[in-house]
Design a binder for this molecule. Structure first.
Ligand SMILES: C[S@@+](CC[C@H](N)C(=O)[O-])C[C@H]1O[C@@H](n2cnc3c(N)ncnc32)[C@H](O)[C@@H]1O
Length: 394
């Protein structure tokens, strides 16, 4: 019997090495009253390492455990020696069945494959990333990836964010008037260490094959120097970083303006630059909303809504971003506000996206300015910084 079990396990190892495995089923308990009814085993990718995930199906519960190949084979060997009399290895080439008789005689039979395609598991789905880790030199230089293609400890959230941004921006471009444009000019305001600037550039140029010119604008000279050095090392010729403030940056012919987590009113400076340079798309993820909060003076039914610090802070975020979205609408941008990533990864997860409205209906603008006026009056706000930039604070 052991000889056949060894052969069966050898087939499992071969099917994994040749990437033909679909799954393994261990079933038919020797004792009908056994609490464990069957075990389903699949390959999963955990932190870039192949593991075998065992789903133990008990009478009343399921338990999952992941093993490396060696331990998994020991487990299968033990299950077949003690509890089960049947096992099937499903591969895309054939089904290999091991059957153990009551007299502990084992036979192996080979049949046509039940599955001709591999099953995509949740773990494996997660591998589909917009930003690849493999040989990714800029992510290594930025301290996100290791030379082996792993994510640096504590950088998992940052990596997830980077991927989600690229995925989101990809979707926004594909749904916009820019979808068929072969060259794009993009400005990333307040680019910081450039994680997202690099990823967007790399994706547009090297994956979508778009002739993209991407500029990061950043007030910290040390970050600009570092990012320009990494861009040069990666031969990212259309990517450069400019030292200076968002307010003083000269924008012309910008297709997409991005400002992710630009502090407080820097987001408004960026939106103003985007609208006044007629950018097709404006993408912002605001952070630290201080300007409006300092002006709250509520003397109506909403007084209690801003009584407690944390609620006042949240309310300030909502009012600030609502006025931003209304301003974008007033300047003929179709606007969306959404959470782009689960807040387990970052609290700064609200995105405001404006896409140029092709109808260009300026007669609608007053309606939005009126809405802003009314909202300000409810919260006793004198002006929103973005209105001031447009000389509309009255
Ligand atoms: C929180 S970081 C975000 C960096 C990057 N966008 C990201 O999401 O990873 C904000 C960056 O914006 C820069 N910044 C803030 N206000 C700015 C301004 N008015 N002009 C230029 N850069 C600014 C800061 O120096 C900082 O590096």
């Amino acid at each position: 019997m052991q000889n056949s079990i060894d052969k069966f396990i050898e087939s499992i190892k071969l099917s994994i090495a040749s990437k033909k495995i679909v799954k393994i089923l261990v079933n038919t308990p020797k004792n009908k009253n056994n609490d464990l009814k069957k075990v389903v085993i699949r390959i999963v990718d955990i932190k870039n390492e192949n593991k075998l995930s065992f789903l133990y199906n008990h009478q009343t519960k399921d338990i999952t455990k992941n093993y490396n190949l060696e331990d998994a084979c020991l487990q299968i060997n033990s299950l077949l020696n003690t509890e089960f009399q049947n096992a099937i290895l499903y591969t895309i080439e054939n089904d290999i069945r091991l059957q153990i008789s009551k007299k502990n005689k084992a036979t192996i039979t080979t049949n046509k494959p039940t599955f001709t395609k591999q099953i995509e598991t949740e773990h494996n789905k997660q591998k589909k990333r917009f930003v690849s880790l493999e040989n990714n030199k800029y992510l290594q230089s930025l301290g996100v990836a290791t030379k082996n293609g792993d994510i640096v400890q504590n950088m998992q959230d940052k990596y997830k964010q980077i991927n989600k941004y690229v995925e989101t921006i990809d979707g926004i471009i594909k749904a916009s008037n820019l979808k068929n444009k072969k060259s794009l000019s993009i400005v990333d305001m307040g680019s910081g260490k450039g994680y997202l600037t690099f990823a967007v550039y790399d994706y547009l140029v090297n994956t979508l094959k778009i002739d993209a010119k991407v500029t990061g604008v950043e007030q910290r000279p040390d970050l600009v120097e570092l990012c320009n050095k990494i861009a040069k090392e990666n031969k990212f010729n259309g990517l450069n970083f400019s030292n200076g403030s968002i307010e003083s940056y000269k924008t012309d012919n910008v297709d997409i303006l991005i400002a992710l987590h630009a502090c407080d009113t820097a987001t408004d400076d960026a939106i103003y630059k985007g609208i006044s340079s007629n950018a097709e798309i404006i993408i912002t993820a605001p952070c630290c909303h201080k300007q409006i909060r300092n002006q709250f003076n509520v003397e109506n039914e909403l007084k209690d809504v801003v009584k407690f610090g944390i609620l006042e802070e949240r309310q300030a975020e909502i009012v600030t971003d609502t006025i931003r979205s209304l301003m974008l609408e007033a300047y003929q941008y179709k606007t969306q506000v959404f959470e782009f990533i689960a807040d387990a990864h970052t609290h700064k997860n609200v995105m405001i996206v404006g896409s140029k409205n092709s109808e260009n209906n300026t007669s609608e603008s007053e309606k939005y300015f009126e809405k802003i006026k009314n909202l300000k009056s409810v919260f006793g706000i004198k002006y929103h910084y973005l209105e001031k930039l447009f000389n509309r604070e009255k």
